[in-house]
Write a protein that binds this ligand. Structure first.
Ligand code: PLP
Length: 429
């Protein structure tokens, strides 16, 4: 009998057939070092690797999971849907139900188009804005990540930040000629050539950077003045900050909203929504083409509907309380260990910024600030946490995802491990 493969065995095999051994760059542990764990299964707040090790997981599929892994409501809905077939190339009732639910919850959304990823949602939002306004220019903010479409990758945060690239090879200058990159949290001057301003209303791909008071309101005003559309990329914040996402939390209504992650219950999905007048510009009612073989997929919509059904106002209140318990506990644990880091919280979202310096209360407000994060210190903390069975994302610019499976006891366990790990990481530093 041959022994089951180890993480190292699988990573070696993976690197032979998959570039870097992974299907999304940050998973390769390039910026934190070490061998990625290969997941065999997951349950609630935990993932288990192929060697049988258990990790208390704060990656949570980068925010796609909010109820915890393998939540029975989701797995049962998926199993039931799968038995009826996995894709048809014809419309289904669940697509209608999910679109209705999103339109009901998201400010400014009357119609919805489902896609298979967040990248497709933002890509389509840009094309739609350009088609609707008959203008070309897109304004984006440094450090905001909107997926990997050419026009939006410049100064993209997330994995692009950890790779130290400003954009990507293979993106010709012509593809970004109409993309203007400006600093986050400053309202840019817009002119009559601007089709849209696209923004993460709470930036969650350069660590966690909240909008300063007046920023989102200022964008709304500037877009209205210039006749440009305001696109909120709520792929992380949508149905995570609350049912109405950041738009509801900050009371600013965008023209187009993009969703992903939570709305698929852990299956591949994306969506964009807007008022009917804008959405009718999409094919087949309008001239802006967009399509997808697996869009509105039966399993993804089943999982999404099952997840969203659990996300009541009470669930969000509980999730926010859990996030606070985690953020406060982690902040104290890091300070007691003398580990130089600041913890930021926006509602249900938490971020960590290493190397805040003596002025630990000062959190980043833009990408220039965020990039001063001490990546080495984060890597040390990440390794010490992993050794204690706690998984943070293998990159210093990712948010920390607390979910509804992170019970108060689980959070207290995590905080105890953070105290321990931070002391060890500080000694090594
Ligand atoms: C994850 C993410 C995307 C891209 O979604 P994918 O499903 O990975 O393509 C877009 N925007 C934001 C804000 C994201 O966090």
């Amino acid at each position: 009998m041959t022994a089951p493969p180890t993480n190292a065995d699988l990573f070696e095999a993976a690197q032979r057939v998959i570039p870097g051994g992974v299907n999304s760059p940050v998973r390769a542990f390039g910026s934190v070092g070490g061998t990625p764990y290969f997941v065999a299964r997951a349950e609630g707040p935990y993932v288990f690797d192929v060697e049988g090790r258990r990790y208390l997981d704060f990656v949570q599929s980068y925010g796609a999971i909010i109820l915890g892994h393998a939540h029975p409501a989701v797995t049962e809905a998926v199993a039931k849907a799968a038995a009826d077939g996995t894709s048809y190339g014809a419309p289904t009732q669940r697509e209608v139900l999910l679109a209705e639910l999103i339109a009901e919850a998201a400010p400014g959304v009357e119609q919805v188009r489902l896609t298979s990823s967040g990248t497709e949602a933002t890509m389509t939002a840009v094309r739609l804005a350009r088609g609707f306004t008959e203008r070309s220019r897109i304004v984006k903010f440094a450090g905001c990540y909107h997926g990997h479409a050419d026009a939006l990758l410049a100064a993209g945060g997330s994995g692009v930040a950890t790779l130290g690239l400003s954009g990507s090879a293979g993106v010709p200058p012509s593809a970004v000629a109409d993309t203007v990159v400006v600093p986050y949290n400053v309202v840019p001057a817009l002119d009559e050539e601007t089709a849209a301003v696209v923004v993460e209303p709470v930036a969650a791909n350069m660590g966690l950077v909240p909008p300063v008071p007046g920023f989102l309101e200022g964008l709304r005003h500037a877009c209205d003045e210039a006749g440009a559309l305001l696109i909120f990329d709520e792929v992380i914040t949508g149905f995570r900050l609350g049912r109405g996402g950041a738009a509801e939390r900050y009371g600013v209504t965008p023209d187009i909203s993009c969703f992903g992650k939570v709305i698929g219950g852990g299956l591949p999905i994306g969506a964009l929504g807007a008022r009917t007048e804008i959405m009718q510009t999409l094919a087949p009612t309008g001239p802006v083409y967009q399509a997808g073989t697996l869009s509105g997929n039966p399993l993804a919509t089943a999982a999404g509907l099952a997840a969203l059904e659990q996300l009541t106002p009470a669930a969000y209140a509980e999730l926010e309380a859990r996030a606070s318990r985690f953020a406060d506990g982690a902040r104290d644990a890091l300070a007691d260990a003398g580990f130089d880091a600041a913890v930021c919280q926006v509602g249900t979202l938490v971020g960590l910024y290493c190397g805040a310096g003596p002025d630990a209360g000062r959190l980043p407000v833009d990408y220039d600030d965020a990039r001063t994060t001490d990546e080495q210190a984060y890597a040390r903390l990440h390794a010490e946490l992993l050794a204690r069975g706690v998984a943070f994302a293998p990159g210093a610019y990712e948010a920390i995802f607390v979910g509804l499976a992170h019970t108060p006891d689980v959070i207290d366990d995590a905080v105890a491990s953070i105290a321990d790990a931070a002391t060890a990481a500080e000694l090594r530093g």
